[in-house]
Ligand binder design. Structure first.
Ligand code: AMP
Length: 213
C-alpha cells in the first residue's frame, strides 16, 4: 500500500507504520529516522539538519525534498511505502504531489492519526528510542527488558534530544502551525481517512477496512 501517515509527534505514526510493514512488505520511510542517522554519521546532511532538529524546528523544505526525491525512486518503494513524518508543510505536500504525478504513482490514502493532546504529551515525555535501530519503547507501558538496552539489537535506549519538555512544546507548536493544515489540504483532495490513534491497532483495522486488505 502507498500511504501518508499524518499526525502530531507522538500520534503513533512510527508504530502504525511498523505494524503495516509487517503486514504487507511496504517500506516505512521516516524522514526523522533518515535525518537522525545522518546526524549520527556526521554527514553534510546531518550537519545542516542538526540545529533545527535539536530545537524542535523543521528542517528546510529544500533539504527534505532532496532526500525524498531520491528515496522514492529506490527499488524497495515499488512494493509500497508508508510515509512517516513527511510531508510536514504545504510546500512539501505540493512538491510530493508533483513528484508522484511524474512517477505515475497514486496514493491509496492519507491517514490522519488523531490523539488527544494530553495523551500526546504523556507519550512523548515517557518515550525512549534505540539509538541504533530506532526501536521505540515507553518507560511506563513498554520498557525494554533491561533498562537502557534495546531488546532487539542491544543498542542504547535513550530519550531523544528533541524530547525534552521545551523541545516537545516547540514541536507541538510547529505541528499546529505548519503540519495541521495538511489535514484540510488532503481532505480537499478527497483521500483523507481519519483514525482514532489512541490505540495503534485500531488504526490498522481502519486502514484494512477502508482499503479492503
Ligand atoms: P520525527 O522523528 O518525524 O518527529 O522528526 C524529528 C525531527 O526531524 C523534526 O522535529 C524535524 O526537525 C525533522 N524532520 C523530520 N521530518 C521532517 C520534514 N518532513 N520536514 C522538516 N523537518 C523534518
Amino acid at each position: 500500500m502507498k500511504l501518508i501517515l499524518l499526525g502530531a509527534p507522538g500520534a503513533g505514526k512510527g508504530t502504525v507504520a511498523k505494524l503495516l510493514t509487517e503486514m504487507d512488505g511496504s517500506v516505512q520511510i521516516s524522514t526523522g529516522d533518515i535525518l537522525r542517522a545522518a546526524v549520527k554519521a556526521g554527514t553534510e546532511l546531518g550537519k545542516k539538519a542538526e540545529a533545527a532538529m535539536k530545537a524542535g524546528e523543521l528542517v528546510s523544505d529544500d533539504l527534505i525534498m532532496g532526500i525524498m526525491g531520491e528515496r522514492l525512486k529506490e527499488d524497495d518503494c515499488k512494493a509500497g511505502f508508508l510515509l512517516d513524518g513527511f510531508p510536514r508543510t504545504i510546500p512539501q505536500a505540493d512538491a510530493l504531489k508533483g513528484l508522484l504525478e511524474n512517477m505515475g504513482i497514486k496514493l491509496d490514502a492519507v491517514v490522519n492519526l488523531v490523539v488527544p493532546r494530553e495523551e500526546i504529551l504523556n507519550r512523548l515525555t515517557t518515550r525512549r528510542t534505540c539509538v541504533d535501530c530506532g526501536a521505540i519503547y515507553n518507560v511506563r507501558s513498554n520498557p525494554p527488558k533491561e533498562e537502557g538496552v534495546c531488546d532487539k539489537c542491544g543498542g542504547d535506549v535513550v530519550q531523544r534530544d528533541d524530547e525534552t519538555e521545551e523541545a516537545i512544546s516547540k514541536r507541538l507548536d510547529v505541528f499546529n502551525e505548519q503540519t495541521a493544515p495538511l489535514v484540510e489540504y488532503y481532505r480537499n483532495e478527497g483521500n483523507l481517512l481519519d483514525a482514532d490513534s489512541t490505540n495503534s491497532s485500531n488504526v490498522v483495522d481502519v486502514i484494512k477496512k477502508e482499503l479492503g486488505v
